[in-house]
Design a protein around this ligand. Structure first.
Ligand SMILES: Nc1nc2c(c(=O)[nH]1)N[C@H]1C(S)=C(S)[C@@H](COP(=O)(O)OP(=O)(O)OC[C@H]3O[C@@H](n4cnc5c(N)ncnc54)[C@H](O)[C@@H]3O)O[C@H]1N2
Ligand code: MOO
Length: 403
């Protein structure tokens, strides 16, 4: 590294965020929208429910007609109509009669209550009602969920199952959404072997590629995985070339520190990518820039460093590029269950377990950036700021909820 000055985390986060542009807006059928971000507010074309409808299978009546009904003295009414869900004409209820009605069917004009079938003899021609109901009973009113014209989803919302259900219910066939950002996940290292193959002493299984590709997908983006790129600058460029300009981001791991074979650093240095040391642990050696028109972020190779750096820098930038109005992870201030020490001047991200009920956080594993099992046992990252060096049990710290 040419300089010993450390770049603050916030400064590097801003540099990374500035690299990746928000993707364009396109109209997609609802069935293709899961996980995408809505680009414009969605207003309801209709009310929900669209019409007064029955909440029960039973009989639509005038409440006054059954006011005296009891087990001993049922009120008997002629059944004038059968109203299944989906019936589109709406015959009015004549006082002194009942309509047999099903859940979701329109309540006939003139009726003001529904009595469920269990409180009757279930008759088809005539019905004996054994209990009184108040006016309004079991009627779901038009517009009580959504008023026509109301904004039901706002731009920047990530579309999950409830949002898609709501959009469909108000009749949206397609939605304007941001295109999913695409990311080339590239890992280098001559020591890396494909999981499932035999391992020789000195070799390790490649894990960053599959892990980062999964993190990219979980962030609502699409990942293309390119692994086992040798530690050779020419071969690195040859492997990368076909993918440039076809992805929104090239994300590498490994090959950026101070060793003799730092292929990523050698390939990109002086070609638009800045290599810096960030004041954090893990995740100190970082690179970011634009290479031949394509944004590039280079993460350190230690597995925990690469996923922590992804969480801190890359995920928020990708969520913002995907159009998300709230691209960060949820955070909490939680109380430490044990004392914790941290180096002055570096922001430390320790793996933790957040107990949501007690709002406490416990340390999971040591600070080492190779401790993958602790990472997988954690559900949050504890963010220990640059000046927090000696935290006592019970002290409050910020946690990023990563699960
Ligand atoms: N003299 C110095 N040495 C190191 C420094 C430094 O400042 N001066 N920084 C250390 C820190 S901090 C980190 S973090 C690492 C970053 O190293 P690189 O990004 O260059 O990564 P590599 O050297 O290629 O690998 C580090 C480590 O991670 C393993 N690795 C790499 N890729 C993968 C992968 N795809 N799957 C699984 N494991 C992977 C690799 O085998 C190494 O063990 O540098 C420190 N050194
Ligand atoms: O910064 Mo490195 O990321 O400690 O392991």
């Amino acid at each position: 590294m040419p300089s010993t000055t450390l770049r603050p985390v916030a400064e590097h986060r801003a540099a990374v965020a500035a690299l990746i542009a928000r993707t364009q807006v396109e109209s997609r059928p609802l069935t293709d929208c899961l996980g995408l971000v809505l680009a414009e507010d969605l207003r309801a074309a209709i009310s929900l429910p669209p019409f007064d409808n029955s909440a029960m299978d039973g009989y639509a009546v005038l409440a006054a007609d059954i006011a005296t009904a009891s087990e001993d003295a049922p009120v008997v009414l002629p059944v004038a109509e059968d109203v299944p869900a989906g019936r589109t004409d709406s015959p009015a209820l004549v006082p002194g009669t009942a309509h047999r009605i099903m859940t979701g069917a329109p309540v006939p004009p003139g009726a003001d209550a529904v009595v469920q079938v269990e409180l009757t003899d279930g008759g088809v021609e005539r019905v004996a009602v054994r209990q009184a109901r108040e006016a309004g009973a079991h009627i779901r009113r038009a517009g009580e969920d959504v008023r026509a014209g109301a904004t039901v989803l706002t731009a920047g919302t990530r579309l999950g199952a409830p949002e898609l259900g709501l959009a469909a219910a108000v009749g949206a066939g397609e939605l304007p959404v941001h295109r999913k950002p695409s990311v080339l996940v590239l890992s280098t290292g001559s020591e890396l072997v494909e999981p499932g193959k035999p391992l020789r002493h000195g070799q390790i299984y490649e894990s960053n590629g599959v892990m980062l590709a999964a993190a990219v997908e979980q962030a609502g983006c699409s990942a293309r995985l390119l692994r086992f790129v040798p530690d050779d600058v020419e071969q690195f460029h040859a492997a990368l070339a076909p993918h440039l300009s076809t992805v929104d981001l090239v994300l590498t791991s490994g090959g950026v520190s101070a060793g003799a074979y730092e292929v990523v650093k050698d390939a990109f240095s002086g070609r638009g990518v800045d290599f810096v040391k960030v004041a954090m642990q893990p995740g100190m050696p970082q690179g970011a820039g634009t290479y031949e028109g394509t944004p590039v972020i280079t993460l350190p190779g230690n597995p925990v460093s690469s996923l922590v750096s992804f969480e801190v820098f890359v995920r928020p930038a990708l969520r913002a590029a995907a159009g998300d109005a709230d691209p960060g992870r949820p955070t909490r201030r939680a109380r430490l269950t044990e004392p914790l020490r941290s180096a002055l001047g570096k922001r430390q991200y320790r793996r933790g377990f957040h107990d949501a009920d007690a709002n406490t956080v416990s340390v999971v594993g040591g600070p080492g950036s190779h401790l993958l099992s602790a990472l997988s046992a954690s559900n949050c990252l504890m963010e220990i700021t640059e000046d927090e060096t000696d935290l006592k049990a019970g002290a409050e710290v910020t946690v990023l909820l990563t699960r």
